[in-house]
Design a protein around this ligand. Structure first.
Ligand code: BES
Ligand code: ZN
Length: 567
C-alpha cells in the first residue's frame, strides 16, 4: 500500500493513496485467499479523512495472524490476533509506529456470530444485535500496545479487577490456575511502585502458536497456553507482565535501541514482587536461571557482540525484533540491581522507583533521562561521582558489550541451588554412584529447582554414554513432564546427548506450541546435532511451519539455511 504526501503528487495539493495488487501485494491490504487461482467479487466501505486516512475497513496483512480451526485449542472455529511489539502494528492500522509517540484510541469491531473480540482497552462493550464490540483506551499508549484478538473466547472471574479469557475448552484450567492470585501481585505492585492506572488486569490465553510467554498489552495481557501447568509453577511470567504496567506501559522506552529500559526495569520489578510474595530463596533461584540464560547467550554470540550492550544501535531498515536477546533482560536487571546496590537500602530504592514512575508516567524516555533522574534523586551519590567509578561507569554499562560488571548476590537461593548442583555433579560421573543418587529425594523439588538441575546437566552434556537413558528412567517426573519449561530443557538434553530413543519428544513438543524462546533453541540444537537430528529438524519444520508465527518461521528458516553447527 502506498501513501503519498501531497508534495509527491503532480498537483502538490492533496495526499494520494493507491494499492497495486500484483503479484501478492494485496495480502497487506485485505484478508483473503491471495492466489490467482481464486476469483471472487467484493465490496468495500472505505472512509478517508485528510491528511491521515482513517480506514473503516480494517487493513490487514500477513502480520495479522489468521488461524484455521485446527490451529486453535478447540479446533472448532478460526481465530485472529495481532501482536504489535515491536513494529508490526504498522501493517494493522495507519500509525506513527514508534514507542516515542503515545495516544488514546477507540475501536469498533464487527465479528461473525459466535465470536468474541477483545482489545487492550479500558472499556469493552458488546452490542448483541449486530455482533459489534466497542473499545476505548482512555490512557495514552504507544502504538505497539494496541492489540486485538477475535475467536471463540469466553471469560471467568479470578479477582476483583481480573478475568481470564480463553477458548471454552481451556477456561476452567485457566480459572483454576489464576483464581485468587492475580490480586495479590497487583496489590504488591501498587504498594511498591504506585497506583495501577489501567483499571482492569485481565489475561487472555492464546492459541498454542502464540510466539511469546506473555505480551503486556494494557488491561489484558496475552499469554501462551503453556502457562497452564496445573500447579501455578509458571506465574513468574504473569508477574513479569504485571510489572510492565509501570515499567514499559507507563514509562516507555523512547526507541527500540533502549529496550532494556522496558525489560531490565521490569525484570527488577518482577523479582521485587516475587520476593515479597514468594521469598528471597525462590526468587534468587529464578534469577539464577535467568543468569544461566544470559551466560548461554553470551557464550553463543561471544561477549563482545554489539548486541551485548544495553544500548543498541538499530540501523535504518533493521527490524528491532531481529535484535531480540537476553541482554536487555538480564544485563538490564544487573544494572538496575547495581543502582539499588549503590543506594544500599532497599526501601529507599523502592521509593526511588515509585518516584521514577511518577516523574515519567505516560512519557517515553531515554536511558539518560532515567539515570539523570537517579542522580538528582540521590544528590549524595551524584556528589560521590558514582556515574564514573572505574569499571562501573554508567557509560560502560550502556555502551560496552560484555558480561555485567556487577552481579547481584543470589546466595539466598543457595539452599535450593546447592542440592540441584550436587545432584547434577553425580550424574556427570563416568561411573555412576547410584547409591548417592538414590539418596537424593527430588519428589518435593519445585519446577524451578528442577529447571536449575537440568540447566546444570545441559552444561555438562554430553554426559558419559547411557547416563541420559538412566536419568530418564530414574526421573519420569522430568522426562515425561508436561510442564513447558521442563520439556524445553529435556529436549535440549536429549539433543545435546544425541539420545535418539527420545527424539519423538522433541517432535511432540514442537508440534504442541510455537513459543519463540522454546522453538529457536531447539532448532539450533537439532541443527548443530547429528545427521538424524538435522533430519528431524527438516521433517518437523515442514509439518509445523504453517502454524508458526511468521517471525518465528523466518528465524527457523534462517537456522536451517545456515551451515550446520554455526547458528
Ligand atoms: N514484551 C515482551 C515480549 C516481546 C518482546 C514481544 C519483544 C515482542 C518483542 C514480554 O514482556 C516478555 O518479555 N515476555 C517474556 C516473559 C519472561 C521474561 C518472563 C517471554 O515471552 O518469554
Ligand atoms: Zn517483558
Amino acid at each position: 500500500m502506498s501513501w503519498l504526501d501531497s508534495f509527491q503528487t503532480a498537483q502538490k495539493e492533496k495526499p494520494f493513496l493507491y494499492t497495486s495488487g500484483f503479484p501478492v501485494l494485496n495480502r497487506s491490504f485485505f484478508p483473503g485467499f491471495h492466489t490467482p487461482a481464486m476469483k471472487s467479487t467484493c465490496s468495500a466501505k472505505i472512509q478517508v479523512k485528510s491528511p491521515i486516512p482513517h480506514l473503516e475497513l480494517s487493513l490487514v496483512s500477513h502480520q495479522v495472524c489468521w488461524l484455521t480451526p485446527e490451529q486453535t485449542a478447540g479446533k472448532q472455529k478460526p481465530y485472529m490476533y495481532t501482536q504489535g511489539q515491536a513494529v508490526l502494528n504498522r501493517s494493522f492500522f495507519p500509525c506513527f509506529d514508534t514507542p516515542a509517540v503515545k495516544s488514546t484510541y477507540s475501536a469498533t469491531v464487527k465479528v461473525p456470530e459466535g465470536f468474541t473480540a477483545v482489545m487492550s482497552a479500558t472499556t469493552w462493550e458488546k452490542q448483541e444485535k449486530d455482533n459489534t464490540f466497542t473499545f476505548k483506551m482512555s490512557q495514552p499508549i504507544p502504538s505497539y500496545l494496541i492489540a486485538l484478538a477475535v475467536g471463540d473466547i469466553v471469560s471467568a472471574e479470578v479477582g476483583p479487577r481480573s478475568r481470564v479469557w480463553a477458548e471454552p475448552c481451556l477456561i476452567e484450567a485457566a480459572r483454576k490456575e489464576y483464581d485468587g492470585v492475580i490480586e495479590e501481585f497487583l496489590a504488591v505492585g501498587e504498594k511498591l511502585f504506585g497506583p495501577y492506572v489501567w483499571g482492569r488486569y485481565d489475561i487472555l490465553f492464546m492459541p498454542p502458536s502464540f510466539p511469546f510467554g506473555g505480551m503486556e498489552n494494557p488491561c489484558i495481557t496475552f499469554v501462551t497456553p503453556c502457562l497452564l501447568a496445573g500447579d501455578r509453577s509458571l506465574v513468574d511470567v504473569v508477574i513479569h507482565e504485571i510489572s510492565h504496567s509501570w515499567f514499559g506501559n507507563l514509562v516507555t522506552n523512547a526507541n527500540w535501541g533502549e529496550f532494556w529500559l522496558n525489560e531490565g526495569f521490569t525484570m527488577y520489578a518482577q523479582r521485587r514482587i516475587s520476593t515479597v510474595v514468594y521469598g528471597a530463596a525462590y526468587t534468587c533461584l529464578e534469577a539464577a536461571t535467568g543468569r544461566a540464560l544470559l551466560r548461554q547467550h553470551m557464550d553463543n554470540t561471544g561477549e563482545d557482540h554489539p548486541l551485548n550492550k544495553l544500548r543498541v544501535k538499530i540501523e535504518p531498515g533493521v527490524d528491532p525484533d531481529d535484535t531480540y536477546n537476553e541482554t536487555p533482560y538480564e544485563k538490564g536487571y544487573c544494572f538496575v540491581s547495581y543502582l539499588a546496590h549503590l543506594v544500599g537500602d532497599q526501601s529507599k530504592f523502592d521509593a526511588f522507583l515509585q518516584a521514577y514512575v511518577n516523574q515519567f508516567k505516560f512519557q517515553s524516555i531515554m536511558a539518560d533521562d532515567a539515570l539523570e533522574f537517579f542522580l538528582e534523586y540521590f544528590p549524595e551519590l551524584k556528589k560521590k561521582g558514582v556515574a564514573t567509578i572505574p569499571g562501573f561507569e554508567f557509560d560502560r554499562w550502556l555502551n560496552t558489550p560484555g558480561w555485567p560488571p556487577y552481579l547481584p548476590d543470589l546466595s539466598p537461593g543457595e539452599t535450593l541451588m546447592k542440592p540441584a548442583e550436587e545432584l547434577a555433579e553425580l550424574w556427570a560421573a563416568s561411573i555412576l554412584n547410584m547409591e548417592a543418587i538414590k539418596a537424593v529425594d527430588i519428589s518435593a523439588w519445585k519446577t524451578y529447582q528442577l529447571v536449575f538441575f537440568l540447566d546444570k546437566i545441559l552444561q555438562k552434556s554430553p554426559l558419559p554414554d547411557t547416563n541420559v537413558a538412566k536419568l530418564s528412567e530414574m526421573y519420569p517426573k522430568i522426562s515425561k513432564a508436561q510442564n513447558a519449561e521442563l520439556r524445553l530443557r529435556w529436549c535440549q538434553i536429549v539433543l545435546k546427548n544425541n539420545h535418539e530413543p527420545e527424539f519423538g519428544k522433541v517432535k511432540d513438543f514442537l508440534h504442541s506450541q510455537g513459543k519463540q524462546k522454546y522453538t529457536l533453541p531447539i532448532y539450533r540444537a537439532m541443527w548443530s546435532g547429528s545427521e538424524s537430528a538435522r533430519a528431524l529438524a527438516v521433517e518437523t519444520f515442514s509439518a509445523t511451519a504453517p502454524q508458526l508465527h511468521v517471525n518465528v518461521q523466518n528465524y527457523v528458516k534462517k537456522i536451517l539455511a545456515s551451515e550446520p553447527g554455526r547458528t
